[in-house]
Design a protein around this ligand. Structure first.
Ligand code: BTN
Length: 245
C-alpha cells in the first residue's frame, strides 16, 4: 500500500504552487495530499486563472516522486486522476464525462479540471497532480468565468460534503496510482477513461496544440490516453497534450 502524507491550508496561493515550492521537504516515500479551503492564485491550464473562492470547492494536489528513468509511469497521470475523480463523483450520485484531455463535464458544463506538473529534484521528479472540483460553488461566482461551468450544488440543489468527497478522491486516486506504479495496470484505467470520453468517432473537432489550431475528426484515444485525430489529409495524428476548442 502507498504511504500517505497530508498538508492542509485554510488559504494558500495555489496547492500546486505550494507543492512546487516545497517539493524538497515533501516525504520522498509517500504520496502527499495538499488541500486548501481557498486559493488566492489558483492556476488552470494554459496559464488561466482557476477561480477558488473560500469554503466552496475542492482544491487538491497529489504529490509523489518517481525516478527519472521511470518517466513512462507518469505520462498518463492526468487520466488516472480524471478516472479517480469520476469514480468519486459516481459515488456521490453524479455521472461525469471527459472532454479530452481531462475536463470533467456534467450536463455539458465543466465541473472539474486537472493540472499536472513536475519539478526536478536530483535524480527524481516530483509529480504534482492538481485537481479543482466545483462542489458548492455559487452561481454569482460562476458568472465570473467566461466558459460554461457548473458545480455539484448547482446541478443538485443540495450542499455537498467537501470532506467526504476529498476522502473518496484520495482513496480512488491512491488505488489507481498503486495499480500503475506497482502493478503496471495502466491499460485498465485507460479503458475506463475511454468509456467516459464525450467524443464519438468521426466527430468534428478543433484542436489547439498550444501554438496552432488544427481541425480534424475524432478518431480514438490511444493506449496512453493521448488523442488520435484524423486530419483533412486522411492521416491520423497523435497528440499528447493540447486542448479542444
Ligand atoms: C484546468 O482545467 O484548467 C485545470 C484546473 C486545475 C485547478 C487545480 S485546483 C488545485 C490545483 N492548484 C491550482 O492552482 N490548480 C490546481
Amino acid at each position: 500500500m502507498l504511504k500517505k502524507a497530508r498538508e492542509h491550508f485554510s488559504s494558500i496561493d495555489s496547492t500546486n504552487t505550494w507543492a512546487k515550492r516545497n517539493a524538497t521537504s515533501l516525504q520522498r516515500d509517500a504520496v502527499t495530499l495538499v488541500t486548501a479551503d481557498e486559493q488566492t492564485a489558483g492556476r488552470g491550464r494554459f496559464s488561466r486563472k482557476w477561480i477558488s473562492p473560500p469554503a466552496q470547492n475542492i482544491y487538491a494536489s497529489f504529490c509523489f516522486f518517481v525516478e527519472k528513468r521511470n518517466l513512462s509511469q507518469i505520462t498518463s497521470i492526468s487520466q488516472i486522476l480524471a478516472v479517480a475523480a469520476a469514480e468519486t463523483l459516481d459515488a456521490c450520485g453524479f455521472t461525469v464525462a471527459f472532454k479530452w484531455p481531462n475536463d470533467l463535464m456534467l450536463s455539458g458544463k465543466k465541473v472539474a479540471g486537472i493540472l499536472c506538473e513536475t519539478t526536478s529534484i536530483e535524480e527524481a521528479l516530483c509529480v504534482i497532480a492538481g485537481i479543482g472540483i466545483n462542489v458548492n460553488m455559487q452561481a454569482d461566482v460562476m458568472q465570473q468565468i467566461d466558459r460554461p461551468v457548473t458545480s455539484l450544488y448547482q446541478e443538485s440543489g443540495i450542499i455537498q460534503d467537501r470532506s467526504k468527497i476529498e476522502l473518496l478522491l484520495e482513496k480512488h486516486f491512491l488505488l489507481h496510482l498503486e495499480q500503475v506504479l506497482e502493478f503496471e495496470q495502466l491499460r485498465n484505467i485507460i479503458e475506463i477513461y475511454r468509456q467516459r470520453i464525450l467524443h464519438r468517432k468521426g466527430e468534428q473537432m478543433r484542436f489547439h496544440d498550444g501554438q496552432v489550431v488544427q481541425e480534424g475528426l475524432f478518431d480514438s484515444i490511444a493506449e496512453d490516453g493521448s488523442l488520435n485525430l484524423r486530419l483533412a489529409s486522411g492521416d491520423v495524428k497523435n497528440f499528447l497534450a493540447g486542448e479542444l476548442c
